[in-house]
Write a protein that binds this ligand. Structure first.
Ligand SMILES: Cc1cc2nc3c(=O)[nH]c(=O)nc-3n(C[C@H](O)[C@H](O)[C@H](O)COP(=O)(O)OP(=O)(O)OC[C@H]3O[C@@H](n4cnc5c(N)ncnc54)[C@H](O)[C@@H]3O)c2cc1C
Length: 463
């Protein structure tokens, strides 16, 4: 993404006199046993910090098979997509159900640019399938490995003032309920279940298909540019107003940010080059390691070397090919969504706190903007939101998310991303979500016995 001119060659020279020391907190997390005592195989999430031993695993190949499974399977029954969530929504000692056998486009409406898609379809596969129909999803998240149902169920989002999170463009869905029925929902058919389960955490049943309001295939230019963080923070509202999609990654201890903008163009296609983010990230890690005993050196080296070594890149192509990225380096993450008006204030505090207390952090802090919607459990319910995401290398301690960052973001009235780490329970959530009680009522009506609830979801719903 950002082209790199052997960034660390300069850093090596600048840091030649420094001892090469690893970061104190870095350690490979212990791997859980592959099987439990009963012989059940382990399931782990993408980052590796969550695991469980489901007694039963199922990959139904039809909607009827999903409904039948829900009637009889050992509980808790937990649907899983790509396992990319950081919160324990999926772990179960009961039944793990994947919709990997229910993928692809079922039908489409060329006039209205809509497509009905089986819920297990991965976003990456959906891109090319929709493109063949002249459609694309209006916006996409940072990666496209997620299943459609998994992405909708946690309010997965991209960025752009006029762009809702993915569930905002889901105009209908079919859900297999814990009672074993298949129920069609939209704004007029079962409207309460539609509003409650559009961002449903897999707690209302299993989504089997979703109708998406798509956009026509659009050619866009994506530009990635390193800039002084102070300038980006100053200009953020103007950048948000100017660009179709815009975000930035603020690199702590460097005073540098990388902005990513995406705008519609009619220029000739210039396909994206090789994604170099992972290389840059590892160089930031090495810089962290080298300067861990003398953090004041870090900023100086970073500003000299990174600013000179990284130059802007551009690509022009259809949006679905450019919006998402590859993220091969594992991390853990917390993300909160605050009212847009206070996003810069909150972000300044977060970066200052990290720089004051967390010399181990080398992952950037990510800022995006998301349009309001009306799904009851959407973190964007009723407000234009600015998201702030902090990351920790998977081998590093991530307790600072909770001790340092979360209190700041809560002070700014932040609502947590459902799929990313947070410590909120039902009482906290009820205070943040005007329709939380309605969502709880609808959830209890479709699943009175709590067949979908693992221990974590019981805390979330206070059930
Ligand atoms: C590298 C990386 C990058 C990310 N980038 C972004 C980003 O840019 N923006 C963003 O908002 N988030 C992002 N996320 C978070 C991610 O999009 C969400 O956690 C998403 O829910 C993961 O989708 P999944 O298919 O892996 O679902 P899982 O994590 O497997 O499950 C998520 C939830 O969906 C439920 N679910 C799964 N299938 C069904 C079904 N058929 N019916 C009902 N419920 C179901 C599960 O029970 C669970 O509650 C990222 C995560 C990672 C690891």
């Amino acid at each position: 993404m950002i082209a790199r001119r052997t960034v660390l060659k300069g850093a090596v020279a600048a840091g030649a006199g420094l001892a090469l020391q690893g970061c104190a907190g870095e350690a490979e997390p212990p791997s859980p046993p592959v099987q439990d005592a009963a012989g059940h195989l382990v399931w782990r999430n993408w980052s590796g910090h969550l695991h469980s031993y489901p007694a039963e695993r199922s990959a139904p190949a039809s909607e009827e098979a999903v409904a039948e499974l829900l009637r009889r399977a050992p509980t808790p029954i937990r649907p899983v997509g790509a396992g990319h969530s950081f919160t324990p929504l999926v772990p179960t000692e009961g039944t793990l159900v994947t919709l990997d056998g229910l993928t692809g486009v079922v039908a489409h409406d060329a006039q209205r640019l809509r497509a009905t898609v089986r819920a297990g379809t991965r976003l990456g596969d959906l891109g090319s399938a929709l493109a063949a129909l002249g459609q694309e999803m209006p916006n996409l998240p940072d990666v496209n490995k997620q299943s459609l149902a998994g992405a909708l169920s946690t309010a997965t989002h991209g960025t752009g003032r006029a762009y809702k999170a993915l569930h905002g463009d889901a105009v209908a869905f079919r859900i297999a309920t814990p009672a074993g029925g298949l129920v069609d929902c939209d704004a007029t058919r079962n409207p309460e279940l539609f509003q409650a389960a559009r961002v449903g955490l897999g707690a209302f049943g299993v989504l089997t298909q979703v109708t998406l309001q798509n956009a026509a295939l659009t050619r866009v230019k994506k530009r990635v540019e390193p800039r002084p963080l102070a300038d980006v923070l100053e200009e953020w509202p103007a950048l948000v107003a100017k660009h179709r999609n815009v975000e930035f990654f603020a690199v702590p201890f460097t005073g540098i940010a990388a902005t990513i903008t995406v705008d519609e163009v009619t220029e000739a296609v210039r396909p994206r080059g090789r994604d170099e983010d992972a290389g840059i990230l590892m160089e930031l890690k090495r810089l962290r390691d080298w300067t861990s005993w003398l953090p004041s050196v870090r900023r100086g080296i970073a500003q000299k070397v990174l600013a000179a070594g990284i130059h802007p890149t551009e690509a022009v192509d259809e949006g679905w090919k450019l919006l998402s990225n590859e993220r091969p380096i594992r991390f853990n993450e917390m993300e909160y969504h605050v009212p847009f008006e206070v996003q810069v204030l909150a972000l300044r505090e977060v970066v200052a706190a990290i720089e004051a207390h967390c010399p181990d952090v080398f992952f950037p802090v990510e800022a995006r903007v998301i349009a309001a919607d009306d799904a009851w459990l959407s973190p964007f319910y009723g407000r234009l939101s600015g998201s702030i995401a902090v990351h920790a290398y998977y081998k590093d301690d991530h307790r600072f998310f909770f001790d340092l960052v979360e209190p700041i973001l809560r002070r700014y009235d932040g609502r947590p991303h459902w799929g990313k780490m947070h410590s909120l329970k039902a009482a906290d959530l009820a205070a943040l979500y005007p329709k939380f009680e309605d969502a709880r009522r609808v959830r209890a009506s479709v699943d009175p016995a709590g067949r979908m609830l693992n221990g974590y979801l019981r805390e979330v719903f206070g059930a």
